[in-house]
Design a protein around this ligand. Sequence first.
Ligand code: ZN
Length: 430
Amino acid sequence: MRSSLATLAFVAGAAAALAACAPRTAMLTTPGPDGQPAPAGESYDPPGSTITTGRPITDQERITWTDPATEVTVSNEFAGGRLSGFEPLADGTLRLVFRPENAPINNSAWFAFAILAPTERRVTVELTYEGGDHRYVPKLSRDRLHWVPVAAADYRHDAAAGTARVDLDIGPEPLWVAGQEVTPSAWFDSWTEELVAGRGAERTDIGSSVRGRPLRMLSFGNATSPEGLVVIVGRQHPPETTGTLGLVGFVDTMLGDDPTALEFRSRYRTVVIPLVNPDGVDEGHWRHNAAGVDLNRDWLHFNQPEVRVVRDALRAEAARYGVPVVFAADFHSTQEDIFYTHTPDFETVRGDLVARWLRAIAEAVPDYEVVEEAGGIESPNSKNWFWSEWKAPSVIYEVGDEQDRGVIARVADAGALAMMRLVLEGGDGR
Ligand SMILES: [Zn+2]
């Protein structure tokens, strides 16, 4: 697959060996699959997640701090940064503290900081959390564009304590350390500008976030008389970079020059809102928007401006063409790859298209295990709104936190090609 991700490279390999470091259950939170209702008697979400009118958050202090004893400097003063406190320990370790924007909260314990020192040296940092536990294998970058997972030998995850220790080689140039590749709103802007300049996509500002950041929609394909509309959204949850990598690969293939993609664009229209929560991403939040709300629980009451803007823009696109929404996907991340779907009794405008699509991915990527979890429409999330609004074949596409980045690209490419082929074939598959 040709990738437009020229600005975000990632060396895979070490991450796979570390994927066993699954997060443990937090004391204050109840982590679990993303966007799904809990089985009877259980709760994946922390209490109150579906009350979306707003809760106070605490903004982190933006700070660059130098330890006077060691002259080691740490900073969170960049978009996507998150660092809440620090404490030099007697043994020379630097303890770092990370807090969420509010609590209780899903255990997506995001961290992102820069570290440097006047001379080259090896230091140990301890990653500690309030309101959650260590979850993400640290990723390192010297330029915030190219990232590598920390070497296994330099990383010790204490699952019982919910902390981790990381050995870092630092010097006068900053080393960035984060839970995932950091992709702030400016990164999305660069990517979408590239698609506008080089691939003929259109970009529209559709509204603003709580703090006034623009919400942007990409559109491409038949703009006069399409046979149907494809809807793609992403990044409602700030730390979920792997979902973005899946979305980028998927859209890249849809805009490519494969004959299936060319025919698809001549007959169908696609709209993409790749960053629904720019405030959360740029502020380094663990889960919520600037009003302290899990946006993917607000697709029933639409209390938050981000979700209202996206709903209204998508409704306007569907109404403008008066055509069915033939496929709708919302990209996320969780511990392992999983496709959240609807059970077969939820009839769609394209029959069992999602089931056929998942079978096609399994055939196209035989070394990849397609994991599906089908459910109802109880949770007030995007997928369930897509179905309720349009009877669209709908999916929440979760990409594993530490999934090999090459596998993410291959599955996204195969998924886009299979979706386009199946929609072009038409019929409802029965
Ligand atoms: Zn998510």
